[in-house]
Design a binder for this molecule. Structure first.
Ligand SMILES: NC(=O)c1ccc[n+]([C@@H]2O[C@H](COP(=O)([O-])OP(=O)(O)OC[C@H]3O[C@@H](n4cnc5c(N)ncnc54)[C@H](OP(=O)(O)O)[C@@H]3O)[C@@H](O)[C@H]2O)c1
Length: 247
């Protein structure tokens, strides 16, 4: 009998890190299920299935999951990767509506997805929520994003003891050269004098400290099995992990 194909579900796989993860897992022979608003285009293979869904429209998430994964009997690995940065603004100047929108996409949509996935008998071994160093380190201007990633870390901690058969973690992927960085590194869009933390990003761009999405996805895929060495529910920064283990 042929061995069953491994499968992965990736949210936000139309661009950036999610697209890189899609390419990486297809190259590893996985069946890939993706979800985004624009769809994952430019890859021609029957192993890729995707559905279009706006995660800010919470009532549309369950129907999208039903249409994408309703017939799937097994999903080995999940990346809750879709995310938005929100406007870089001082917290006092950030309207509550902006924070709510970022929270809807970066946190509450993931609660809906987790509930749907975990209630089904899909045999999910690992769920990796893509977090950020900003979850634990505050920088002026990153208010809504930091709040959302801190809440995402806690969401993982809360689910972990309720689903002991699935390993959950929140993972900071390190810097990745994506559309998010296009915005942060554009002097016309974010003023470095006002928000000095972007200086480090601008210096990292084009260097090994900020890999392409494909290279970052390759690095992440290599460490994914080793995340299980940490307690379920942990927040892990891939850079710390690589430094500590010397690889
Ligand atoms: N880039 C970095 O340096 C960095 C560092 C730390 C953490 N991260 C995290 O990495 C993850 C991926 O970000 P990225 O850098 O790859 O940025 P990106 O290129 O902007 O990708 C974001 C992805 O999220 C999807 N998305 C955004 N809003 C959505 C919505 N309303 N509904 C459905 N999908 C939505 C986008 O798809 P559509 O636009 O097609 O909907 C896209 O595929 C995010 O969680 C981010 O916080 C990135």
């Amino acid at each position: 009998m042929l061995p069953m194909m491994q499968s992965v579900f990736i949210t936000g796989n139309s661009s950036g890190l999610g697209y890189g993860l899609t390419e990486e897992y297809l190259s590893r022979g996985y069946e890939v299920y993706g979800l985004s608003r624009r769809g994952c285009t430019g890859i021609d293979t029957k192993a890729l299935h995707d559905v279009r869904c706006d995660l800010s429209q919470t009532s549309t998430i369950v129907p999208a999951l039903e249409s994408l994964l309703g017939e799937a009997s097994r999903v080995n690995l999940v990346f809750l990767n879709a995310g938005v940065l929100g406007a870089i603004r001082q917290i006092t100047e950030t309207p509550l509506e902006d924070i709510l929108r970022v929270m809807d996409i970066n946190v509450w949509a993931n609660k809906i997805i987790l509930d749907w996935l975990l209630e089904r008998n899909l045999g999910i071994e690992q769920i990796v929520s893509i977090s950020s160093g900003a979850a634990v380190k505050s920088h002026k201007g990153w208010g809504a994003y930091s709040l959302s990633k801190a809440a995402l870390n806690m969401l993982n901690q809360l689910y972990a003891p309720e689903y002991p058969d699935t390993h959950l973690c929140a993972l900071a992927p390190g810097l990745v050269d994506t559309a998010m960085q296009d915005h942060l590194c554009n002097p016309d869009e974010v003023d470095v004098e006002q928000y000095p933390s972007v200086q480090k990003l601008r210096e990292a761009r084009g260097t090994d400290s900020m890999p392409t999405p494909r290279a970052a996805a390759h690095r992440l895929a290599q460490v994914i099995p080793r995340l299980k060495d940490y307690p379920s529910g942990s927040f892990i920064d891939v850079r710390t992990m690589i430094r500590e283990r010397g690889r």
